[in-house]
Design a protein around this ligand. Structure first.
Ligand SMILES: [Zn+2]
Length: 404
């Protein structure tokens, strides 16, 4: 079947492909599920369902498990995603640390998270990551097949080649991680901007739970600020892969120096480093710990101090909350999404920062409805970036083939 990146021609096979994708997604969301339930949900004949299910079983994608209870007639057998011994590796590269875990074929974590310092030189980082990945796979002996490695990076990624075009907080320009990581691990490798991967994973995770959520934005606040935009169910990339880089919209012409080299970007006001620098009364610097903070003092410590009546810490967070809200207004006025998700350590202080962020958003949102846009924190313990990395490998398997 001929396909193009922008449209596809309907053929006799098209509806079968779409139904296959729908069945797979329904099993993913509702497993364990019977053929009869699938037929009811999709409103198509049992025979048609059985043909699709049998194909998926023979492809090794889903399997039949326990027999269920039926009030009368034949007992149904339940269907599952075949995730028993297969895994994917998820990696989240940040300026300070790199995090990794294994996930199942639904993108859910199956191991704890391992972390290591991020070597700024990719020639050191790649072998260090490969070693950790081998250890993870060896330690989890029940896994006998690994479907791939998904990597999220804090920067712009060229979609066709997966080259990292520019990762300001790492000081990387035009870095190829895919080939060396594939060579070092023997795995197929997918690389994407962390904000985009988070938007993809979030939309994918809630698609079945909350109906179709097609317009979402994910704002990931950590060492830098990553933003992923999904409109009509498609990730926004732009012609040159920089679309959605809201971390670098100017809040002020002569604000703090940003990792990208410009002054006054949103990131330079709300990143963890920015909040720490504000607390310690230091200028924002890059590549070294915030002076006065020491390498051990993190945003979590600052949040703990704010809760412990440290008024300076509370004031630093309050400012971050205000700038967060101002930037969110820009995002919402631009895309008018159904929901904006916020990820990162800052969400641990959501109860402290939400009222101020909401107020700043309301001041700048262009309508009352825009001001009331759903803004939801995604807890750091949910590892949205690692889930995003896993989704890079597993989500395409659920998409209609040739379209993903
Ligand atoms: Zn910037």
């Amino acid at each position: 079947m001929r396909t193009s990146p922008h449209f596809r021609v309907a053929t006799r096979g098209t509806s079968r492909e779409i139904n296959r994708s729908i069945v797979l997604n329904l099993v993913r969301a509702h497993q364990p599920i019977s053929r009869a339930d699938l037929a009811r949900m999709m409103n198509i004949r049992r025979g048609a369902i059985s043909r699709i299910v049998n194909d998926l079983i023979s492809d090794g994608v889903i399997f039949e498990g326990a027999t269920g209870q039926a009030v009368r007639g034949r007992k149904p057998t339940f269907l599952y995603i075949d995730s028993r011994r297969r895994a994917v590796v998820a990696a989240d590269i940040r300026a300070s640390e790199t995090f990794m875990m294994l996930a199942d074929l639904r993108g859910n974590p199956t191991t704890g998270v391992v972390r290591m310092p991020t070597a700024r030189d990719p020639r050191e980082l790649v072998p260090a990551m490969a070693e950790q990945i081998k250890r993870l796979l060896v330690e989890n002996r029940e896994i006998d097949a690994c479907d791939g490695l998904g990597v999220v990076v804090p920067g712009m990624v060229e979609h066709s080649t997966m080259r990292v075009l520019h990762a300001p907080t790492l000081g990387w320009r035009d870095v190829d991680l895919r080939e060396p990581l594939a060579a070092a691990t023997g795995l197929p490798v997918q690389i994407e901007n962390s904000g985009r991967a988070c938007a993809l994973a979030q939309a994918w995770a809630v698609r079945e739970a909350a109906g179709t959520l097609r317009d979402v934005v994910f704002v990931s606040v950590s060492d830098g600020v990553g933003v992923g935009v999904m409109i009509h169910g498609e990730l926004l990339r732009g012609r040159n892969n920089v679309a959605g880089e809201f971390g670098h919209i100017p809040i002020s012409l002569d604000g703090p120096r940003c990792s990208c080299g410009a002054n006054g970007c949103w990131e330079a006001y709300i990143s963890n480093r920015a909040t720490l620098a504000r607390y310690f009364g230091q200028p924002l610097t890059h590549g070294a710990p915030v002076s006065g903070a020491g390498p051990q003092f993190t945003i979590d410590d600052l949040i703990a101090r704010a809760r412990g009546r440290d008024t300076q810490a509370a004031a630093a967070l309050e400012s971050t909350a205000r700038y967060l809200g101002i930037g969110l207004a820009a995002v919402i006025n631009t895309f008018d999404p159904a929901c904006v998700y916020i990820g990162g350590e800052i969400t641990r202080a959501w109860d402290l920062i939400e009222p101020t962020a909401r107020m700043a958003l309301a001041e700048r949102a262009l309508t009352a409805a825009a001001a009331a846009t759903d803004v939801r924190p995604v807890g750091a313990t949910e590892y949205p970036r690692l889930r995003g990395a896993a989704a890079l490998v597993v989500a395409p398997a659920y998409a209609v083939r040739g379209v993903a």
